[in-house]
Design a protein around this ligand. Structure first.
Ligand code: DX5
Ligand code: ZN
Length: 218
């Protein structure tokens, strides 16, 4: 059983309140929010002010904040105050990873770590015993609408084993290139959460698309 997490990146930014209505109508449980700083990745999206603006419109929905930032540490508190339910930072960022995890936990929410396609699972080893979530990038982070990289999907079992070896139950998400053609296989390989931008917000009938994807991963 896996959960589809729509990614706001593919939403219509000119009508976000309507897009949140579509989230509710589809009965989506997790909204994935891609924060890009124009430095860690070659794209800029939005910050904590937008997360805060969406919070009143997303009651009952988990706000899953994915920080693609070179220096996330000093911003963590602001994303928490804006209403994030979980925050994921990249293991490749330039801040102290343990300090990021500790800061997220100090605010009482779930901490995740993400790895880019070229980063091996072993990079998570020092931290995996103390986090709740791992986000495996299955495209180069920065843009939606790219094709899935299967060699990254294949990291899932190794991440699960690393967590289990530390006696840890974590959720594993994949991010990038998820569509109706590949989601069942990705879920079968062991993903708990499949982030999907184009395939959900990009669909004309989001409710139907979300329903089809959810049926395929369950
Ligand atoms: C990519 C982002 C993803 C993106 C996925 O850098 O982290 O969350 O929205 O988009 P799709 O599903 O269109 O590949
Ligand atoms: Zn993401």
């Amino acid at each position: 059983m896996a959960i589809i997490a729509p990614s706001l990146l593919s939403a219509d930014f000119t009508r976000l309140a309507d897009e949140m209505d579509r989230m509710h109508q589809a009965k989506a449980e997790i909204l994935h929010l891609d924060v890009m700083d124009g430095h860690f990745v070659p794209n800029i999206t939005f910050g904590y002010a937008l997360v805060g603006a969406l919070r009143p419109m997303t009651e009952g929905i988990t706000l899953d904040v994915h920080l693609m930032m070179t220096h996330p540490l000093e911003y963590i508190e602001r994303f928490v105050k804006a209403g994030a339910d979980m925050i994921t930072v990249h293991v490749e960022c330039d801040d102290d990873i343990q300090a990021c995890i500790d800061s997220i936990h100090k605010h009482g929410i779930k901490a995740g770590l993400s790895i880019k396609p070229a980063t091996p699972v072993s990079a998570l080893e020092p931290y995996i015993g103390g986090i709740e979530h791992v986000l495996i990038m299955t495209v180069e982070p920065g843009f939606g609408g790219q094709g899935i990289m299967w060699d990254c999907v294949e990291k899932i079992p190794a991440v699960r084993k690393a967590a289990t070896d530390h006696g840890r139950e974590i959720t594993i998400a994949v991010d990038g290139g998820i569509c109706e053609e590949n989601c069942a296989q990705v879920a079968q390989i062991g993903a708990d959460i499949l982030v999907a931008g184009n395939a959900v917000f990009g669909a004309k009938d989001m409710k139907a698309a979300y329903k089809r994807l959810s049926a395929l991963v369950n």
